[in-house]
Design a protein around this ligand. Structure first.
Ligand code: GLN
Length: 506
């Protein structure tokens, strides 16, 4: 049995039956990381000693028979480096925070710690989560484990590559405008962006506060459901977190019947720019769901075409405000650096105070962060505010209304996750706008705050490559109705007898 290839449910069963220990499982992941990460480059920081310590604690709890129903106990994961981890380097993959050691944990980290998580380390992303490929990381680009010449997607690219390559069993990232769904699609894993407010944002390095969602990446739908239950819920540290009751998603998935559920297929998402293999794969998946008893209804989301331009006004506006706190003085250097004992991997050693002061906004921000600061400052400036920001907010309301109207008629909406499979590293280097257009099927759900999941639904050979790359299908749901999108996703996954489509094929 290759331990690091197991799903959470399988690993948890093995731990409880004492087939193997959490320390053995953790060592299997760490050795996979050591074997493969020079090429894949998922990790910014590997917390080896910390992980083994957490695994020992988990084994002790299992031995004592404590927390029998806690399926995340002792399971190794990776965490996107925009999520604060107390006393552990958290960089947002940016130079300006290259030496930042947070003094507190994000709420979701506290919740995972309570569950007995084993954190293997912090994974790469586009700096401050700005991007769709990890090429905007200030440190290095992560590679797609399917084809190392290609991007893993982004911004949560390190999350996706670490799960897809079995370096860990699951990962927590963020999705502000597609950053979980698109890399999940590119790497052939499951990626869930919950409803805005479902999981607390406290302790995220903010990108766009009005769309940031802590999000989940896992090897299958059931694993995703059980993580969501643990992370969801009201948090007094985040006023925008919701007090809406948290469903028992795993329990709900036990009922396999999707008969009578209505699936909307929006015509605006099956455009001519869509790769034909992706179109066929998603349409075949929809037919399968129809065979399983779902009713398919063509719908229209008429403001879809405005989603990307609206997103790229609102997002930089919020980014310019959120990044104002990084003034090169308050962040960048921490006394805690000196006592930090975890191994820092691939990032330079801690600098002197004087050197850190040189990490000014001019030097510490990469070109994409600067581009967004400039765009946002412009859109918010007097004289342009009404023309751009205010206008974009009005269109955002219309985009949300599209979903409200559609959900009067259907239970979920199915679309492709991305118009293309993973592209080659460097392909869009000359034109950031091309990269923005990668978000074409993703921005609308983010602006509307509705939940959406991407699941693998096939493979396509890119025009410029020989290796078949994974395709993702997106299932969008009503606010706080994660259980129905998970149910449809699970029905599809089960029906194609595909617990772990990509990993098995590999
Ligand atoms: N591609 C989007 C962007 O660059 C996604 C960002 C995100 O979800 N963090 O803004």
């Amino acid at each position: 049995m290759v331990l690091n290839k197991l799903t959470i449910a399988q690993a948890s069963e093995g731990l409880r039956n004492k087939t193997f220990s959490s320390v053995e499982l953790t060592k299997a992941c760490l050795s996979e990381i050591k074997k493969t990460d020079d090429k894949i480059k998922s990790f910014i920081t590997i917390t080896e000693n910390y992980a083994l310590l957490q695994a020992e604690k988990a084994d002790q709890k299992i031995k004592n028979g404590d927390e029998k129903n806690n399926l995340l106990l002792g399971i190794p994961c990776s965490i996107k480096d925009v999520i604060l981890t107390k006393n552990i380097l958290t960089t947002a993959a940016s130079n300006i925070l290259k030496n930042y050691i947070p003094p507190y944990d994000a709420t979701l980290i506290l919740k995972l710690k309570k569950q007995g998580m084993v954190m293997l380390g912090k994974v790469n992303c586009d700096a401050f989560a700005h991007g769709a490929s990890t090429e905007n990381s200030d440190f290095f680009t992560t590679h797609n484990p399917w084809d190392l010449e290609r991007v893993p997607g982004g911004s949560s690219g390190g999350s996706a590559s670490s799960v897809a390559s079995n370096q860990c069993l699951y990962s927590i990232g963020t999705d502000t405008g597609g950053s979980i769904r698109q890399p999940a699609a590119f790497c052939g894993v499951v990626g869930l962006k919950p409803t805005y407010g479902r999981i607390s944002r406290s302790g995220l390095i903010s990108m766009t506060s009005s769309t940031d969602c802590p999000s989940i990446m896992a090897k299958n739908v059931s694993d995703t459901a059980l993580i969501l239950k643990e992370l969801a819920g009201k948090d007094k540290l985040d006023a925008t977190s919701s007090g809406q009751k948290v469903d028992d998603y795993s329990e709900f998935l036990k009922n396999e019947n999707i008969k009578g559920l209505k699936i909307g297929v929006p015509k605006e998402y099956f455009i001519k720019e869509l790769n034909s293999d992706i179109k066929n794969a998603v349409q075949n998946a929809i037919k399968k769901l129809e065979k399983l008893g779902a009713e398919i209804i063509e719908i229209s989301l008429p403001h879809t075409k405005y989603a990307v331009p609206t997103y790229y006004i609102i997002t930089p506006s919020e980014v310019s405000s959120n990044l104002a706190r990084f003034d090169g003085i308050k962040y960048g250097y921490s006394e805690v650096c000196k006592v930090e004992s975890y191994k820092v991997h691939k990032v330079d050693e801690v600098k002197s105070l004087e050197e850190v002061y040189l990490e000014s906004r001019a030097n510490g921000f990469g070109s994409e962060a600067k581009r967004r600061i400039i765009l946002g400052t412009y859109a918010l400036s007097s004289g342009y505010y009404d023309a751009y920001y205010l206008q974009a907010q009005k269109v955002r309301t219309l985009i949300k209304k599209d979903f409200d109207d559609a959900f009067q008629k259907v239970d979920v909406i199915i679309t492709p996750t991305s118009p293309n499979v993973a592209f080659k590293i460097g392909e869009h280097n000359d034109n950031p706008l091309e990269l923005y257009l990668e978000d074409i099927f993703l921005s609308a759900a983010s602006l509307a705050g509705v939940p959406a999941i991407s699941i693998p639904c096939g493979f396509a050979k890119p025009k410029d490559g020989k290796i078949e790359m994974p395709i993702g299908m997106q299932i969008i749901g009503k606010h706080f109705d994660e259980k129905t999108i998970l149910k449809i996703a699970k029905a599809y996954e089960r029906n194609i007898n595909n617990i772990n489509l990509c990993i098995q094929k590999k």
